[in-house]
Design a protein around this ligand. Structure first.
Ligand SMILES: Nc1nc2c(ncn2[C@@H]2O[C@H](COP(=O)(O)OP(=O)(O)OP(=O)(O)O)[C@@H](O)[C@H]2O)c(=O)[nH]1
Ligand SMILES: [Mg+2]
Length: 243
């Protein structure tokens, strides 16, 4: 199957559930670093995890510095991008925010394939979501995906409802050779830290290629749009890599 530059089959590029446009360079950049017009590298990263653990909320906090208490469940996947500047260079993170609902489960491989980093999210108030995050990590390994993995225990602001001790998440991450953070998309705890740490590792380990000369989003992608596979659409036909 022919794919666009983000590794997504063109047949998946039907957009639904349109949301407000996002800026590709957010206000979340560190004051000490200016976001460059032409980042040095481009890296595909993917957010995985059970439904409602806060994947979209983490992405929205990182890219737009906002939190929606009534964040809608993602349909298919959403795409966002944001450039992180570090002392060692800049990297444009092309973020695929997958849908956690079971009915979209079979789509996940096309989003994690080719990803240089996977943020696997669970909710610290749900033991089930931690189990699910372990299955995601195992699936990535089983499929030979050698992406950098970060295990994130989200909703750490809900201390009174916590059922997953921080140490448990930490131990699982250590066993899996993954980075580990507890985060809160709601109050922003550790959100920029996670993405920045991932960007720094991507640069340090030379995991991402130099940025495409023309820049911009993968063909067919729309910032902040839900991506829903389905029947043929005009957009599919016009995709430059469609058969
Ligand atoms: N208290 C709290 N609520 C959060 C946090 N992150 C997300 N939520 C809430 O949890 C709910 C689900 O968040 P989403 O971001 O839609 O979760 P998701 O993982 O993207 O869900 P799917 O798209 O269905 O896979 C929403 O009501 C959010 O407002 C957090 O850090 N703290
Ligand atoms: Mg979502």
């Amino acid at each position: 199957m022919r794919r666009n530059l983000a590794g997504v089959p063109c047949s998946a590029l039907k957009y639904a559930n349109r949301k407000p446009q996002m800026t590709s360079q957010s206000t979340m950049q560190s004051a000490s670093f200016r976001v460059p017009t032409h980042p040095d590298r481009t890296a595909k990263i993917v957010l995985l995890g059970e439904a409602a653990v806060g994947k979209s909320s983490l992405a929205a906090r990182f890219v737009r510095n906002e939190f929606l208490p009534t964040q809608e469940s993602t349909i298919g996947a959403a795409f966002l991008s944001h450039t992180v500047s570090t002392a060692a260079g800049s990297v444009k993170l092309e973020i695929w925010d997958t849908a956690g609902q079971e009915r979209y489960r079979s789509l996940a491989p096309m989003y994690y394939r080719g990803a240089v980093a996977a943020l696997v999210v669970y909710d610290i108030t749900s033991a089930e979501s931690l189990k699910r995050s372990q299955s995601w990590i195992q699936e990535l390994r089983r499929n030979g995906c050698n992406a950098l993995i970060a295990l994130l225990g989200n909703k750490c602001d809900l201390a009174e409802k916590r059922v997953v001790p921080q140490q448990q998440g930490q131990e699982i991450a250590a066993e899996e050779g993954a980075m580990f953070y507890e985060t809160s998309a709601k109050n922003g705890d550790n959100v920029e830290t996670v993405f920045r740490a991932v960007a720094e590792r991507i640069i340090a380990e030379d995991r991402a290629p130099a940025a495409r000369p023309t820049g911009g989003e993968p063909p067919g992608a729309r910032k902040g749009s839900g991506v829903k596979p389905g029947k043929k659409t005009q957009e599919k036909k016009s995709c430059p890599c469609a058969k």
